[in-house]
Design a protein around this ligand. Structure first.
Ligand code: G4P
Length: 524
């Protein structure tokens, strides 16, 4: 197959949700449809349960398992579908944010009982930064959830997005009868089908079909007709172009655990979701169908097993084709690298591959050379943009407890932060090192790994900070700001200036007093 055809048939996306909304269940059902797994329950090991927070080795063990489910690829209706797993555990939110830079679109799962939740909000913000097209799947319709119109209003208001239902539920909870597909214009009746892949019955082809009442009764028929009239009146017509621009999110209703509404979602997804598109580098726009390879590393997974200290770097291919044993250029390091065992991921299996195309994610074995954000090319010096760092939420000073191992500590901190485990800042007034993370768990991970991989010991001293934000502006203004706030400033690993705000008030004051400076809550 020619490169262009390979590109056109690829759909690379991530499923995002607040924990427990049904992401794992939906992933599993999609894999069942693709024939990539044979039974439900196969992906469950991937999930880091909330109660496991106190035992990070257990979480790492599960994360180890999850390397093979980091990317799940399968074929469906001629399309090659790559699902990128996003960790549900909120302590790994940075991992998720970075993974979202490697997808072309997103399916967002919302629990119809709980509506929009904290993680949904954050994740959607990341999607909005990049105008990523989003399809919404409202899950658990077999439970007594909120009124669907209220849910849509909540999603629009809370997430500041426009939605357009493409299916509509008839009843909810115990009364749930099925959904009417506005996309395919038919009705699908609900039967709780457990873990089997039963085909839902398609009963009618249009709303005026007189048999409708036989199936759902007079009241539900009336309600459905009124609802659909309202939808057509209130919401804009569905426009694929607007969806692709990230301006409008189509919405589906269903029940993942009952395998209801999942096939409709998948069919529509394959039809409308974008194939890999052109991407920007710091030098130029890179066309996806250029013959030369380009790609970037968005995730590095370290193996904590002392017998296998290897790491896997995940490369998203952006143009050209990747070939095994060919030389590729690591732009940051300015040197060629060759990979004899690049792996592709098919659901639970890892296979060595000979060739891969744009949209594909491959795993490259790495002994510590890669950093998150590295670009691979066939020699051209350009870097892909858009792997942001987000303002961390928890900060601690690093205290070296073994002065004989200062060098090891330094190296360990450098490398672990290159992997994206945490962000490293250096205080401007006294050179003290500060680690910033999104989750508390990362501190345990770092302490453990510093000891076992680098032989360095450290403890942490709590630091009460509200936020760290990157500050930019004209040099003269920045110098004044630095003089005034020297005790509250640090630099990050790329020598960028970071303001450490102790409170929302301190941040607001700094912003008000320095209208010429810009305060950024993420950095690229
Ligand atoms: P997550 O990955 O987003 O965290 O969620 P996950 O799929 O693990 O689903 C969370 C819980 O919600 C699971 O129950 C799952 O079975 C249930 N669930 C998923 N889809 C539906 C649905 O359509 N209807 C209903 N009623 N429940 C659904 P659990 O008890 O936490 O786990 P398990 O013991 O069932 O595995």
């Amino acid at each position: 197959m020619a490169l262009k055809e390979e590109i056109a048939r690829r759909r690379t996306f991530g499923i995002i949700s607040h924990p427990d909304a049904g992401k794992t269940t939906l992933t599993e059902k999609l894999l069942l449809f693709g024939g990539a797994i044979q039974s439900a329950g196969a992906v469950k090991s991937n999930k880091i349960k909330k109660h496991a927070t106190s035992d990070f080795m257990e979480i790492e063990r599960q994360r180890g398992i999850s390397v093979s489910t980091s990317v799940m690829a399968f074929e469906y209706r001629g399309a090659k579908i790559n699902i990128l797993d996003t960790p549900g555990h909120e302590d790994f939110a940075e991992d998720t944010y970075r993974t979202l830079t490697a997808v072309d679109s997103v399916i967002m799962v919302i629990d119809c009982v709980k509506g929009v939740e904290a993680q949904t909000r954050k994740l959607l913000e990341v999607c909005r930064m990049r105008n990523t097209p989003v399809i919404v799947f409202i899950n658990k319709l077999d439970r007594e959830g909120q009124n669907p119109f209220d849910l849509l209003d909540e999603i629009e208001k809370e997430l500041k997005i426009r939605v357009r239902p493409l299916s509509w539920p008839i009843g909810i909870g115990k009364q749930f009868k099925g959904v009417y597909s506005l996309y395919e214009k038919n009705l699908i009746l609900f039967e709780a089908s457990g873990q089997k892949l039963s085909k839902e019955k398609v009963v009618i082809d249009n709303l005026n079909d007189t048999t409708l009442e036989e199936y759902v009764g007079e009241d539900f028929t009336k309600q459905l007709k009124t609802d659909i009239e309202l939808i057509e009146g209130v919401y804009d017509k569905f426009d694929t172009e607007r969806y692709l621009r990230g301006e409008i999110c189509p919405v589906f209703f269903g029940s993942a655990v009952n395998n209801f509404g999942v096939r409709e979602l998948l069919d529509c997804f394959v039809d409308i979701a974008p194939p890999p598109l052109n991407r920007n580098s710091d030098k130029r726009a890179v066309n996806v169908d250029e013959t030369k390879l380009s790609g970037f590393i968005f995730k590095i997974h370290a193996n904590l097993d002392p017998k296998h200290r290897d790491r896997i770097a995940f490369l998203r291919i952006c143009s050209g084709s990747f070939e095994r044993n060919k030389n590729y250029f690591n732009v940051r390091e300015e040197r060629n690298m060759r990979f004899s065992n690049p792996t592709a991921f098919m659901a639970q299996e890892k296979n060595v591959i000979d060739v891969a195309y744009p949209g594909d994610i491959i795993g490259l074995y790495d002994s510590g050379n890669f950093k998150i954000g590295d670009t691979l090319t066939e020699g051209e010096k350009m870097q892909f943009k858009g792997i942001p760092r987000f303002s961390p939420e928890i900060f601690k000073y690093v205290v070296n407890t073994d002065p004989m191992k200062t060098k090891q500590l330094q190296k360990g901190l450098e490398q672990l932060t290159d992997e994206g485990v945490a962000q490293l800042f250096t205080k401007k007034n006294n050179n003290r090192k500060i680690l910033g993370t999104v989750g508390a768990l990362q501190f345990e991970v770092i302490q453990f790994r510093l000891k076992h991989e680098y032989g360095a010991s450290c403890t942490f001293e709590p630091l009460n900070l509200y936020k760290a934000c990157w500050v930019t502006g004209a040099k003269a203004k920045l110098d004044l700001f630095i003089d005034e706030k020297i005790h509250h400033l640090a630099i990050d690993k790329d020598e960028r200036l970071v303001f450490l705000a102790e409170s929302a008030w301190a941040l607001q004051m700094a912003q008000e007093k320095n209208p010429d400076l810009e305060f950024h809550f993420s950095s690229e």
